[in-house]
Design a protein around this ligand. Sequence first.
Ligand SMILES: [Cu+2]
Length: 95
Amino acid sequence: MWHCRNRGGSAIMTYPSHRGVGQNQRRNAMIRIKIEGMTCGHCTGAVEKALSKVPGVTAVTRVSLESGEAQIEGDAAPEQLIAAIEEEGFGARLA
Ligand SMILES: [Cu+2]
């Protein structure tokens, strides 16, 4: 199943200086997450599925393989979103 899960890639895109998302209560906020390690459509599908199961997520609006980024709507806790992605075997942090 996890043929595509390779974590040694060089497509690491993080922007630690860009902090657009706070940790406080947000209603239907848009949250963007940078994801490391996605290499194909199976990966984006796994991420999308994992994110949609996190409490508070009302919609997974985008999971982009090209930009290595996911975008969700809702008031989910960012830590939980990241944990869900990491459980799938990918790296994640707030965009
Ligand atoms: Cu894949």
